[in-house]
Design a protein around this ligand. Structure first.
Ligand code: PMP
Length: 369
């Protein structure tokens, strides 16, 4: 047990840290939302109170990401994993091929799943594993894509391998771009109009698990076949204002509070600056450790959200995680297949949390280096 007087910082990759003020608001409204006498959790999704929460969450997300009016927003269930297939069911009807860029664990899984419910060819447009053993991302200019494909799918930030695309693909000559933004949405400014579909599980940079954001360009909705069941058809959810079936009401409510929090911080532009500072601080601590800490990722592809690092041995890694945890620096263990450490420093992680981590890293190195 960590003494309760210790300041805790949660570096989990997801479900992940949420702003303290958001949790405090949720706590204060737990039993009685806005004088209704009910918790959001126990309220009908068709109640005026919840409908207003959903509407406001959508408006706030639209403002935060500057989402153009020809894009629809959905809060779906099934996680980002369900989107691996849903984008195919909705966008690939009548097409022979989709292009898929593999840059790490999640796009590799997406690639393995996308062809399962369809005869469409899932063409490997680039493979960061084969090329660089997942220590770099294949440049967009080298993707082998066809303008005739239904879309090209890629993952902008690989949560497990700690890789991120800095240069965002421009749509010229590319088919519509479908992007998994699960672990970086709202962390930096993007141009939504460059994308056909953006999807993201909420449980990293937005809210609790259970809600998945889908942002889709309107014209692409026409592609879906009548044979796709309504539950898997984006249009059926849009036509029913997100109420085709019961949405994940509580995760949507918390996501809405997070959007409000982010707007109060100054929006995505403001948080982007802080995120850059945090990542620079952490990577500098690694790079200036004289080789005691290492990160295998090429500098230009290092994730600003998920920072992986290693000490000289697996035993020391274990000690690091244990001792850091005892000091309130929680959930720093690396992904199960990766070992080492992973510090996820999403929007809600304050700069002080990263400073506490880099202080601990220096102290640990003094004792074991
Ligand atoms: N994509 C990325 C980039 C992820 O980090 C994750 C989850 N860690 C997923 C997809 C899968 O998300 P879910 O568990 O919501 O299906």
């Amino acid at each position: 047990m960590i003494p309760s007087t210790v300041q805790h910082y949660n570096f989990s990759a997801g479900p992940a840290i949420l702003p303290h003020s958001v949790l405090a608001t949720a706590q204060s409204e737990m039993f009685d939302y806005n004088g209704s006498g009910c918790s959001i959790m126990t309220m009908s999704h068709r109640s005026d109170a919840f409908m207003q929460i959903l509407y406001q969450a959508e408006q706030d997300l639209r403002q935060l990401l500057n989402i153009p009016s020809n894009y629809k927003i959905l809060f779906m269930q099934g996680g980002a994993s369900a989107q691996f297939n849903m984008v195919v069911m909705n966008l690939a009807n009548g097409f022979k091929r989709i292009d898929s860029v593999v840059t790490g664990n999640w796009s590799r899984i997406a690639h393995s799943q996308m062809g399962k419910l369809s005869d469409v060819e899932v063409h490997l447009a680039a493979h960061g594993g084969d090329l660089y053993n997942y220590t770099d991302v294949p440049p967009v200019s080298e993707w082998d894509v066809s303008a005739d494909s239904a879309f090209v799918h890629y993952c902008i930030n690989e949560t497990v391998h700690g890789l991120q695309y800095r240069d965002i693909p421009k749509p010229d000559g590319l088919p519509p771009i479908v992007c998994d933004m699960s672990s970086e949405i709202l962390s930096r400014q993007i141009n939504v109009a460059d994308y056909g579909v953006i999807y993201a599980g909420a449980q990293k940079n937005i809210g609790p698990s259970g809600a998945t954001i889908v942002i889709i360009r309107e014209d692409l909705l026409e592609r879906c076949s009548e044979r796709v069941p309504d539950i898997w058809n984006y249009q059926s959810h849009i036509t029913r204002q997100g109420m085709y079936n019961t949405p994940a009401t509580y995760p949507i409510y918390i996501s809405g509070l997070v959007f409000r929090w982010l707007l109060a911080q100054g929006g995505v532009a403001a948080i982007e600056g802080i995120n850059r500072l945090k990542a620079d601080k952490l990577y500098s601590a690694i790079d200036q450790s004289g080789g005691f800490y290492t990160n295998p990722v090429k500098a230009h592809a290092r994730s600003q959200m998920n920072v992986i690092f290693y000490t000289p041995s697996a035993q020391l890694d274990q000690q690091f995680v244990l001792q850091a945890n005892a000091q309130g620096l929680c959930m720093l263990n690396g992904y199960k297949t990766m070992g080492g450490m992973r510090a996820s420093i999403y929007n809600a992680m304050p700069l002080q949390g990263v400073e506490a981590l880099t202080d601990f890293m220096q102290d640990f190195q003094r004792r074991y280096g």
